[in-house]
Design a protein around this ligand. Structure first.
Ligand SMILES: *Cc1c(COP(=O)(O)O)cnc(C)c1O
Length: 466
């Protein structure tokens, strides 16, 4: 009984932190995955250690691991499966950082116009690289600020309540920061989140959000929705939503579509331009490996970047660069007609250096090869977990690779916290989300098949003895 009470207590705690409503407190936070199907690929996997070693040997990306610092404990490399939370440090970063520090030391203000990577145009080299990762034209993206700040800046432009059309749709479960940002934007317009924030959940008996669910909500609130803001990959379930289908229904209803790419960028292939997404924002410290609090970015669709009358919060770095340094002589803001027009301040060079190193690594292999390994590796992890057939863990991430990234979320029915501690003691770094979810993310850049195999052995040991 005590245990049950404790679990319900932590459930409530968890729901509160997701900003959900109390009526769901006696339901499971995550849907049960039910029947487990076998995919074509699964038939090719094997539980033998030999198999894992052989995959590493023939892995076309096997040379990427050495380009990253792998965390260690007592001299032993840890099994790092936490790239969904903080990606690892590319080796290049230290040398690149030293270069910028040296330039600052030796050049002072003249560093802004130095020969190599002048700080004045430093941010410009990022757009072509990140554009390839998100499926955009270079003029549709800019690296700046951090995720929640960028969501705010985007909502200033793309959430402009007019008369009846004043509501925002988001999905559940959602990351707390996004909820706070959205609610505060609604309040900024003098409106009430209780009536103006609509939270869409999977249909009854279903596990994941579909375009149909969004369509239904848009029909219920016909003509009243200004913006639909969703996570492209859900932080908790690991579901990748069907963006093109959702984009179509959102635009049919005359609303705008914004995406939070925190768990999607550098993880799954994206085609933001083709999918007609209005805007997107992301952070770069998860799969993009750009370090804690790294500089994030935004995508603004070309159909909006040309509109100089679009409302925005302005600053000199969003202004036409030809006029930027006329300072007090230029009183009127003339936005750049690319995503650069949403920049406010001059960029933090030292926070952008790690991002540069990481984007170059993506560019060196391309998203196609990255994704191929990702699908195979996550499928392998899924296969090993299924073979283990423990009644205590259940995969809640979609079974179809098309509907997920690299992360698998495991619902742990009994003693989730103890289980997580056991993993940690045995050299596995992955994360635990209250009250009973463990997220495991094999990253194609730096994880090996053999690590996945070892991870499965550690889990097996736990379930045999506890
Ligand atoms: C990681 C994450 C954030 C973090 O926001 P910051 O502004 O970078 O601190 C926000 N939303 C989602 C969905 C995330 O996954």
């Amino acid at each position: 009984m005590w245990k049950l009470k404790y679990r319900i207590g932590s459930y409530l705690y968890c729901l509160c932190s997701f900003g959900l409503i109390a009526q769901h407190a006696n339901e499971s936070i995550l849907p049960s995955s039910g029947v487990q199907e076998t995919t074509q690929q699964q038939a090719e996997y094997s539980v033998e250690e030999e198999y894992a070693l052989k995959q590493d040997e023939h892995d076309p990306l096997s040379n990427m691991r050495e380009k990253f610092h792998i965390p260690t404990r007592s001299g032993e490399q840890l099994i790092y499966l936490n790239g969904n939370s903080l990606g690892l440090q590319p080796y290049e970063v230290a040398a690149d950082m030293k270069q910028e520090l040296d330039d600052w030391a030796s050049l002072g203000v003249e560093g802004h116009f130095k020969e190599n990577d002048p700080w004045y145009t430093f941010h410009e080299q990022f757009s072509p690289l990140v554009a390839k990762i998100v499926g955009a034209n270079p003029g549709e993206v800019v690296c700046m600020n951090t995720l929640t700040v960028n969501l705010h800046l985007m909502m200033v432009s793309f959430y402009q309540p007019k008369g009846k059309r004043s509501k925002i749709i988001m999905e559940a479960p959602v990351f707390s920061s996004d909820t706070y940002a959205i609610k505060s934007q609604i309040q900024l317009h003098g409106l009430d989140p209780k009536t103006h924030l609509i939270i869409v959940e999977p249909a009854k008996g279903e596990k994941y959000i579909t375009a149909h669910d969004i369509d239904k909500a848009l029909k219920t609130h016909k003509g009243e929705v200004a913006l639909v803001l969703l996570s492209s990959v859900n932080f908790l379930t690991g579901q990748a939503i069907d963006v093109p289908a959702i984009s179509e229904v959102v635009h049919q209803h005359g609303a705008k579509l914004g995406l939070d790419l925190a768990h999607a960028i550098g993880n799954i292939p994206l085609k933001l331009h083709e999918w007609n997404v209005d805007f997107a924002a992301w952070c770069s410290y998860k799969y993009l490996n750009a370090g804690p609090g790294a500089v994030g970015g935004v995508f603004v669709h070309e159909k909006h970047t040309q509109n100089v009358n679009l409302k925005r919060l302005a600053g000199w770095w969003g202004n036409d660069p030809k006029l930027r340094f006329r300072m007090h002589l230029e009183k009127d803001f003339i936005p750049i007609t690319t995503a650069d027009g949403w920049q406010i301040s001059n960029p933090p060079i030292f926070s952008m250096v790690p991002l540069k190193a990481s984007l170059k690594l993506y560019d060196s292999i391309g998203m196609k090869a990255y994704r191929e390994k990702s699908v195979k590796m996550t499928g392998y992890l899924e296969f090993l977990l299924d073979k283990m057939a423990s009644k205590n863990i259940e995969i809640v991430t979609p079974r179809d690779p098309k509907h997920r990234g690299c992360q698998l979320s495991l619902l742990v029915h009994k003693n989730a916290k103890e289980f997580h501690e056991f993993l940690s003691k045995n050299g596995v770094i992955c994360d635990f989300r209250q009250p009973n979810v463990i997220r495991v993310a094999p990253v194609p850049f730096y994880n090996s098949y053999h690590e996945i195999w070892r991870f499965a052995q550690i889990m097996k040991r736990y379930f045999e003895f506890y």
